[in-house]
Design a protein. Structure first.
Length: 446
């Protein structure tokens, strides 16, 4: 991490010449500008910078989408202000002479942009803080690594890519040694960027890996998550390879998850309240189950997300909680200061700010309403009839997200309408396109 005075000295010495001044968009991608070090120090530190508000209304292709209230052609696609959060200032060691800082988004009048993912998470953290809770989280991201570059993968239309591994490599040391030149570079790069790493391991797919970051306060963890995700792709690119965080890039292979660990601590951050107060933890879990389906859109934000939910695949299909039971959507782990809830529903494509906000909001709902703790499920949740299910499609998730009145009270009507509208447009884009599956199935035989 960098202090402001240290940055100024590094810029003066020519050791930093670029500052990435960034913020997350609706998909959790980093947007922003590359500022020269001198201009950042002389101007941006005191005044921030401007960016077009359309960046919170575009699809994954960066196409401006119609029908949003916060920005449109009718409003002239006005600017918003990006204000650097200097506590996030850090070096980016895999990019030469580069630093990075996360920004909060403000209107021209200086008010927070309510639909900004970072602001949505900050709102739920403020709710928790008022009740005396400090929220800590960790996100375990899985991904696929390919020997193809991003350019060569595109030329193949993303078919028949060569995975970095030839066989299933879950915990497999020999196979992961073959991938270590890239995985090690990612681990070391994150450490150099002030993002502590615990470990890396092979996952349950050919060329599938997981790098686990150290848990942290929820906002810091979300920032680490998006910097890591962006950085992993950059490092792979620089080494002539590619990475995807799609939830389900292959029909016949395991999907990639974002297992979300959460716990509530006292204000000092030294005492895990879940490990000392079983009633509090029970209410928290009950809230996850009560609002889990309604908040599914923020755990699984794309059409592809829902193809990951397959029985017997280690991806959950049922919204139940069990102790150390990987067939359940919610898994209780640890004891004492390590006690936490693992939400296994989010995919690797989730926006961490929104997924964290959803988890915190659901937990606070259970605590405030003192919802009865559920009985822990035992056995195989995949094969037990009658259990609550996660949404099966983006269309279903969008409908329950938009129709749940509690969400509008918690997050505000503007936020719910904004993200529901974006999801509906994404669904419409998919519905209008012909897929490879359709061509293969129907071209000759229909």
């Amino acid at each position: 991490m960098l202090g402001v005075q240290e940055l100024k000295q590094l810029v003066k010495k020519g050791e930093i010449d670029t500052v990435l001044t960034v913020f997350p968009d609706m998909a959790g991608r980093l947007m922003g500008k590359r500022m020269t070090g001198k201009f950042f120090v002389d101007d941006v530190l005191g005044h921030g910078l401007h960016a077009c508000a359309y960046l919170l209304t575009v699809d994954i292709e960066m196409e401006p989408l119609p029908g949003f209230q916060m920005a449109s052609w009718n409003s002239g696609y006005h600017d918003m202000k990006a204000s650097p959060d200097l506590s996030t200032l850090r070096r980016i060691p895999w990019l030469e002479k580069t630093a990075l800082v996360m920004c909060d988004l403000l209107t021209e009048e200086g008010k927070p942009v309510s639909v900004s993912p970072r602001e949505i998470l900050k709102g739920q953290l403020a709710r928790a803080a008022k009740l005396g809770y400090r929220v800590k989280t960790a996100s375990e991201l899985e991904f696929y690594l390919y020997k193809d570059t991003y350019d060569s993968a595109a030329k193949k239309h993303f078919h028949d890519l060569e995975p970095a591994g030839a066989y299933l490599e879950d915990y497999h040391i020999l196979q992961t040694t073959k991938e270590e030149p890239i995985i090690q570079a990612i681990r070391n790069g994150m450490e150099g960027a002030g993002i502590p790493v615990e470990n890396s391991k092979g996952e349950w797919g050919r060329g599938q890996a997981e790098i686990n970051l150290r848990y942290a306060d929820a906002l810091e963890m979300a920032d680490r998550h998006v910097i890591y995700k962006n950085g992993a792709k950059e490092i792979a690119y620089l080494k002539g390879a590619s990475i995807t965080f799609m939830a389900k890039p292959h029909t016949d292979r395991a999907g990639s998850s974002c297992h979300l660990h959460s716990s509530f601590w006292d204000k000092s951050g030294k005492r895990n309240l879940f490990g000392q107060n079983e009633d509090l933890f029970g209410h928290y879990v009950a809230g996850q189950i009560a609002l889990g389906r309604s908040l599914g859109l923020w755990f699984a934000p794309t059409v592809n997300s829902y193809k990951r939910y397959q029985s017997g695949s280690f991806a959950p299909t049922r919204l139940v909680c069990g102790k150390d039971n990987r067939t359940c959507g919610l898994r209780v782990i640890g004891e004492g200061n390590s006690k936490r809830l693992e939400n296994r529903i989010p995919g690797a494509d989730a926006n961490p700010y929104l997924a964290f906000a959803a988890t915190i909001a659901a937990g606070l709902h259970g605590i405030e309403r003192k919802l009865k703790a559920p009985s822990y499920f035992t056995g195989n949740a995949y094969e037990t009839p009658g259990l609550a299910e996660v949404p099966k499609t983006l269309r279903e998730a969008t409908e329950v997200f938009k129709s749940e009145p509690l969400l509008k009270k918690i997050f505000g009507e503007e936020v719910i309408e904004h993200y529901a509208h974006a999801a509906q447009l994404e669904q419409a884009a998919y519905d209008q396109n012909v897929t490879c599956w359709e061509l293969h199935r129907y071209f000759e035989r229909i």
